[in-house]
Design a protein around this ligand. Sequence first.
Ligand SMILES: Nc1nc2c([nH]c(=O)n2[C@H]2C[C@H](O)[C@@H](COP(=O)(O)OP(=O)(O)OP(=O)(O)O)O2)c(=O)[nH]1
Length: 140
Amino acid sequence: MTASPSNRPVTEVAAGILLDSEGRYLLGQRPEGKPYAGYWEVPGGKIEKGETVFEALKRELKEELGIEILDSQELTVLEHDYPHAYVRLHVSVIRNWCGTPAGCEGQQLSWQLLSQDRPSVEPMLPAAWPMLERLKLLLV
Ligand SMILES: Nc1nc2c([nH]c(=O)n2[C@H]2C[C@H](O)[C@@H](COP(=O)(O)OP(=O)(O)OP(=O)(O)O)O2)c(=O)[nH]1
């Protein structure tokens, strides 16, 4: 495990932005029992030892949403220093998947239009904002 600038261990996370053909992306609400429960985020989770980012995304999105992702495009890598952890987020865009996303862990889901200024749900996890900004730049 690497160390952050503040010398805290870094938690590596894979986050996958599902983007559909109508320009909508998917947010999920963090379930009870997790840090920041109730906050909205892009689906994903911690990368396990020995996993690639794509393998972690495939596993997490199967567990959380019940879908099979077919490919992904790397968007950006962001770091955020939370009270509970220092996280490094490997953010990918996913346009091709099999199945219909469902809240398999009891979480609420919400499709959001990328053309809208801000998501219609709140609060968002602080580190979700820069990834949405980056996504908008990719598509202009
Ligand atoms: N999935 C996801 N995590 C994010 C985003 N933004 C952000 O700061 N994070 C942080 C929150 C958490 O500290 C970490 C993800 O960990 P997690 O708790 O969701 O991971 P997990 O599902 O593997 O958790 P676990 O219950 O197995 O421990 O990344 C985001 O948009 N999506």
